[in-house]
Every structure is written in structure tokens, then in C-alpha cells.
Design a protein around this ligand. Structure first.
Ligand code: GAP
Length: 458
């Protein structure tokens, strides 16, 4: 039986205590909204990225990966529209000097009943004025007008002031896929439709980062661009909506915790767009986006680079610039959803409560934990550990009672605990305890690798 709903405070505390995620630069007092993944967290995040890559690249019929540079020629961001259009509407509170996003103020004030995405800046200002929306920090109503604020981090390259050149930390990975469109197409001899995917860091000078790893200034994106012929784009857009949803359901998300949200106000490049929202501890929020970007990106890069980016159909020699269906999801935002979905405080018979993370076994940091029942069984347990480690990430624990050790593994979501006892020495069998049901079976050590492989597959 579940006793308590997950809250952000509980997740943050668990992540810190169990080596999942620590505050960034903690010994220096932290650095606002940066987070460091610990030994358990980095395994989970790597597994999330691996599952995504498998589904959208290796298993996919015609998709290819790239790993493009974070720092790109500044003209890329002019072509993409980011230097002019990548901004948020900000308002400053003149009383307490804090900065806020106007759209967030409206969303919070209206408790989600008003969608600021459909409003112009003038309309947002009018709403805030008419409804007397106060500063959430000091409670005063003393706003500046809305000003737009570009979210790209700037830096400069070159060793002397004279040669300084403004460059940007990429705010999305997508442009690395667009500028390599023909490189990938030529070298793989891919025929349209085909996909290019990438996982990598992106940076945004967010005005109001927050909610743990939900919105940060440095984060990882997993993006997939599907290049297709105009006319087929709407069909592929629908297919990618479904594929994105299926991926989440296959990772173990409950259907009632996910919903589509169509965009009414479209980004400058989009013909149609939607999010999949997840029911986070703080409410429904965007988990990923799916956009029909038309031929906007390739056309703009062709124009700004002066290089032709047309595709030539090998069958009929037709030349065209493909449309793009983009599917984009933040690895950290998915991590937060995975953590939130997995969390349970389960009341056990006798009134005891165990904290358990029900991760899909493929996402769990450790597939198993090897636990010698007593310390003198440690040499044998360590031999087994070494064998298993050749195949999986496996944990080991010999400290404290077996019950306490089970609880520690439950808290980080290890799906199986393998106990080495005296029968192991006699007949080569071990006890395997299931994290979710807490039921136990006995298996021979030789069966263990196949068992774990089958149970932890994605
Ligand atoms: N290339 C399209 C693009 O970047 P987006 O909706 O701005 O679109 C895509 O971002 C995804 O990246 C989001 O759905 C979210 O999962 C993640 N994301 C965006 N900004 C983020 C931030 N500041 N912190 C963490 N994740 C973020």
C-alpha cells in the first residue's frame, strides 16, 4: 500500500542522500540551479540515454547518430532565428528587484486555466494589470513593462581583445543535425525519409530556472530530426507523436500520467507542434516536444551558408529541400519524470514503511546487488560479483542486517538482490529477491546471467 504522494522535497532529499543528484558546486555554497549527478544518478541517466538511442537510432530502420560541436559558427544562430527570436518575456519587480517570466506569472496566477502561450506581450501585460497579479517574492504590485530577454549564453573566442568574436553555447542540439544533413546523407547513402539523432548538452540563460532538474541553465537534450518529403510530413508528425508516447509507456510510465498538449501559439519555424506533458510533483508540465518544422531550417541554412542543401531523389532525380519532423526530449527532464514515477513509500505488514524506486530494470543504476549473508561468505560473494560485473552494473553490500541491505537497494531501485548463503557453497544456488514483490526464488549461479539479461532488457 502506498502511504504518501511524491513531493519535490522528498525527491531532492532522496537524490542527495543516495548519490543520485547533488547540488552543483556544493562546497562553495552552490551555483543556482546547477546539479551534479552522483554515482547512482549517472548510471540511471546513462541508461535513459541508452534506451532512447536504442529506440530512436539503433533499432530504427533509417536513423543515424551524430555528435556535433557545442560551439558552432555564429551564423548558424542567425540562420536558425535564435539571435532574434529566442527570448522570453520578462518583467522586473521594481520593489524587490527580482525578475520573472510574464507567462509564468499568468500561468501560476490562473492555476493553469489561462494559457499564456496564446497571448501577445501586450495581452499578457493587460492581463497582469487587470488581475493585479502580484510579485510572488515580495507580494507587491510594482512591475516594469515586459521586455524580451535572449536566452543564449554568449562567450567569445580568440586570445586577444581585438580578435574577439562573439560565439554562443548552443541552446539546442538540433542545429548540429541540420548543418550535417548532407554529410550524413552522402556518407550513409540514406534515402529520404531518414533521421538524424543526437544526444548532447544545451545551455539556456533561463530567467526562472527551478523545480530541481526540470528547468536548468545547462541540460542534456535527446533530439531526432526526421527528414521527409513535403506532403508526407503530417503523417510522419502523427507517427512521431505515437512513437514518443510508446517510448514512455514502454519505460513504465502510467498512461494517466501522460497527456498531449497541442500548441496554439507556434514557434517561428513550426507548422504544427505539441508536447507530451507529464504529471510532475508540481503539476502537468512539458516533458518533450514534437514539431513539424517544415523546410524552414534547411532553407535558412542554405540561404545563410550559400551551400545548396537540396536532396536529389535517386529514382526520378527530383530535387527538393526536405521537411523535418523533430522529436526532442530533455534527458534531465525525463530523469525527473522517471524518478517521480518510480517513487513509492510502501506501507508493509506490521506498519513498517519502505521507500522503493520502481524503475524499469533497464534504467536501474545496478541490475543486481550481491549480498553475502554473513561476512565469512564474502570471498565467494566477491567471486560472483566479479563474474556478474563483466555483464552488468552490479552493487555489493556486506554491512548490516540483510533487511537493512534490502532497504538500501530498494531506495535506489536495484531490481534484484542476490544473497549468497551457506547453500551456495554446497549446491551453487543463490537467493534472488525481487524489488517490487519482495518474493524470492532460488537460482543456480549459472542461470543468473541469463535471468538478469532477460529481466533487464529494454
Ligand atoms: N530543438 C527544439 C527544442 O529545443 P524545446 O521545446 O525548447 O525545443 C526541447 O526543448 C526539450 O528540451 C523540452 O521538451 C525539455 O524536455 C528540454 N528542455 C528545454 N529547456 C530545458 C531546460 N531549461 N532545462 C531542462 N530541460 C529543458
Amino acid at each position: 500500500m502506498t502511504t504518501n504522494a511524491v513531493t519535490m522535497e522528498k525527491l531532492v532529499a532522496l537524490c542527495k542522500a543516495r548519490g543520485i543528484i547533488f547540488p552543483g558546486s556544493e562546497i562553495y555554497g552552490g551555483m543556482g540551479n546547477t546539479w551534479d549527478y552522483g554515482p547512482v544518478g549517472v548510471e540511471i541517466k546513462n541508461n535513459i540515454k541508452r534506451a532512447w538511442w536504442k529506440r530512436f537510432v539503433t533499432e530504427s530502420e533509417n536513423s543515424y547518430g551524430v555528435d556535433a560541436a557545442i560551439l558552432m559558427n555564429s551564423r548558424v544562430w542567425e540562420a536558425s532565428g535564435h539571435t532574434t527570436s529566442f527570448s522570453d518575456p520578462k518583467m522586473d519587480c521594481k520593489s524587490c528587484k527580482t525578475r520573472h517570466r510574464a507567462d509564468n506569472l499568468i500561468e501560476n496566477f490562473s492555476k493553469g486555466t489561462v494559457d499564456p502561450d496564446t497571448m501577445s506581450n501586450d495581452e499578457m501585460e493587460k492581463y497582469i494589470e487587470e488581475h493585479h497579479v502580484k510579485c510572488p517574492v515580495c507580494g507587491n504590485f510594482n512591475w516594469t513593462n515586459i521586455r524580451t530577454f535572449n536566452l543564449m549564453f554568449e562567450t567569445s573566442r580568440g586570445v586577444t581583445d581585438e580578435s574577439q568574436n562573439k560565439i554562443y553555447l548552443r541552446p539546442e542540439t538540433a542545429q548540429g543535425e541540420f548543418v550535417n544533413f548532407l554529410n550524413v546523407q552522402r556518407t550513409t547513402r540514406a534515402k529520404v525519409p531518414f533521421g538524424i539523432a543526437q544526444i548532447g548538452k544545451a545551455f539556456r540563460n533561463e530567467i526562472t530556472p527551478g523545480n530541481f532538474i526540470f528547468r536548468t541553465i545547462e541540460f542534456e537534450q535527446m533530439e531526432h530530426q526526421w527528414f521527409c518529403k513535403a506532403g508526407t510530413d503530417e503523417d510522419y508528425y502523427r507517427q512521431f507523436k505515437q512513437k514518443a508516447l510508446t517510448f514512455l509507456l514502454d519505460l513504465g510510465f502510467k498512461e494517466e500520467h501522460l497527456r498531449f498538449h497541442d500548441h496554439e501559439k507556434l514557434a517561428h519555424y513550426a507548422k504544427e507542434a505539441c508536447d507530451i506533458q507529464y504529471l510532475y510533483p508540481m503539476g502537468w508540465q512539458e516533458l518533450n516536444g514534437i514539431h513539424n518544422r517544415t523546410d524552414y531550417d534547411l532553407t535558412r541554412h542554405q540561404e545563410y551558408s550559400g551551400k545548396t542543401l537540396t536532396y536529389v531523389d535517386p529514382v526520378n532525380s527530383e530535387r527538393f529541400i526536405p521537411y523535418v519532423i523533430e522529436y526532442s526530449i530533455g534527458a534531465d527532464r525525463l530523469m525527473l519524470a522517471v524518478l517521480s514515477e518510480a517513487y513509492e513509500e510502501e506501507e508493509l505488514e506490521g506498519g513498517d514503511v519502505r521507500n522503493v524506486m520502481h524503475f524499469h530494470p533497464a534504467l536501474a543504476a545496478y541490475k543486481a546487488a550481491v549480498l553475502p549473508l554473513q561476512k565469512n561468505l564474502a570471498p565467494h560473494a566477491r567471486e560472483l560479483l566479479a563474474k556478474l560485473k563483466k555483464h552488468f552494473s552490479v552493487s555489493y553490500d556486506e554491512a548490516g542486517s540483510i533487511g537493512k541491505r534490502y532497504r538500501r537497494q530498494d531506495e535506489i531501485g536495484t531490481p534484484f538482490c542476490v544473497t549468497v548463503d551457506f547453500d551456495t557453497l554446497e549446491n551453487g544456488t543463490v537467493t534472488v529477491r525481487d524489488r517490487d514483490t519482495m518474493s524470492q526464488i532460488r537460482l543456480s549461479e549459472n542461470e543468473l546471467i541469463d535471468f538478469l539479461r532477460e529481466k533487464c532488457a529494454f
